[in-house]
Design a protein around this ligand. Sequence first.
Ligand code: NAG
Ligand code: NAG
Ligand code: NAG
Ligand code: NAG
Ligand code: NAG
Ligand code: NAG
Length: 387
Amino acid sequence: MKLIALPFLYFYTLTAASSVAGCSHDSYDLQPFTIRLSDGVPRMLERIRDTELPGTIPQYPGNEAGISLETLKALRNQWLVDFDWLKEEESMNRYNHFIAKIENLDVHFIHEKSNEPDAIPLILYHGWPGSFLEFIPVIKSLTQKAKTATGKHVSFDVIVPSLPSFAFSSAPGANWTVDDSARVFNTPMTKVLGYKTYAVHGTDWGSGVAWGQFDGFNTSARAAHFAILPFLPLTPEQLEAQNITLNTSLDQFEEQRYVNWSATGSGYFSEEGSKPNDIGLVLYDNPIGQLVWMGEKYIEWSDPKAGTSPSVLTHNEILRSISLYYLTKSILTSGYIYFQNPLGQTGFRYNYTRARTDAPMLFSGFKYNVQSWPRVLAETVGNLVFY
Ligand SMILES: *[C@@H]1O[C@H](CO)[C@@H](O)[C@H](O)[C@H]1NC(C)=O
Ligand SMILES: *[C@@H]1O[C@H](CO)[C@@H](O)[C@H](O)[C@H]1NC(C)=O
Ligand SMILES: *[C@@H]1O[C@H](CO)[C@@H](O)[C@H](O)[C@H]1NC(C)=O
Ligand SMILES: *[C@@H]1O[C@H](CO)[C@@H](O)[C@H](O)[C@H]1NC(C)=O
Ligand SMILES: *[C@@H]1O[C@H](CO)[C@@H](O)[C@H](O)[C@H]1NC(C)=O
Ligand SMILES: *[C@@H]1O[C@H](CO)[C@@H](O)[C@H](O)[C@H]1NC(C)=O
């Protein structure tokens, strides 16, 4: 997962195309949905309170050896003392949530419409350990009218789903790939909500889903923005073999983040990818364990200050996300995305193939991401109009 900031002003090449082509709500059993998870909160708090933590452990700088005990204790204390799930739930419910039945799955999504008649439909895909929550801060501003670099006005109808196996979307079972998710999510866009064409944004595993639509549904997915590309970044050796020189210190810094992540930060990937049952069942009824396993990633991947205050992500945001995983029992099922999309096959591919589409592609790299793609690589996979 990554924090995102959408360069939405650059969607100018996509002409508004939200014509409603015959909604067929009935066949997909589209229902408004309200989040109500408070029944699970007493048990969650009891588990948090009853989990014993050691007094001291060996000290290493930052997150070098994993989450620091001090940070964990501060987060736990806040969870028990200040964190208010009902308040969080209430703020989530200020958005319009729906559940539709597609291919026998419950598919959850937020749908926030712009007041502008020519708004562009835009679907935003999260990854792991993300959720629909990571897009909440940008929904309202995307629906509002803004001016593009060329002076045109643009606004978006925003759709934010929960990927299958995450939060309120059901878990499809064995062998489900991100390409299956791409197929399933083309349905709410085109058949349930009736948009003939739409734009996609993806990060982390969500970039695989976004790519599946950009590449595979090229008559309906007509623009794509990525914060992560669904291709494995190149190592310094691979870059050299392809005669790619990283010219800027930013490119070099980002490449080093990837090198570091590969060497010392990707153990979770191997575990989820090889024995998802083991880690998933260990953590299933263990909120503190989930906080350790996922909270460390929130801190490490999105926060240059690594959890020290003041932070980019507040502790409350981290606790809200972990609570959502615990209360929706998503830890086990969400981990299968690694197992079901083996590296190099589906999801993150080795071969940089060009998307089978003429539609515009946009890419935003963020300095503290743990993967990076220089412009020359991003250019090889699509009609890149913004980097
Ligand atoms: C999943 O794939 C494995 C082999 O890759 C196969 O044996 C199994 O039957 C498949 N399961 C389902 C539910 O399709
Ligand atoms: C890289 O440059 C060398 C020397 O100019 C050339 O022989 C080689 O074919 C180039 N490799 C690629 C992948 O372009
Ligand atoms: C670095 O600069 C060279 C020369 O200006 C350019 O050809 C190359 O594409 C740049 N490399 C990257 C990764 O942008
Ligand atoms: C990569 O790791 C080394 C060794 O821990 C550290 O000194 C360096 O700052 C890291 N680089 C980046 C870009 O994170
Ligand atoms: C990737 O491309 C190479 C050739 O460049 C090919 O041999 C290999 O089969 C491809 N791998 C996949 C998974 O498509
Ligand atoms: C869509 O993809 C097909 C191949 O899958 C290709 O023939 C066609 O030209 C593409 N259409 C557009 C508009 O890019």
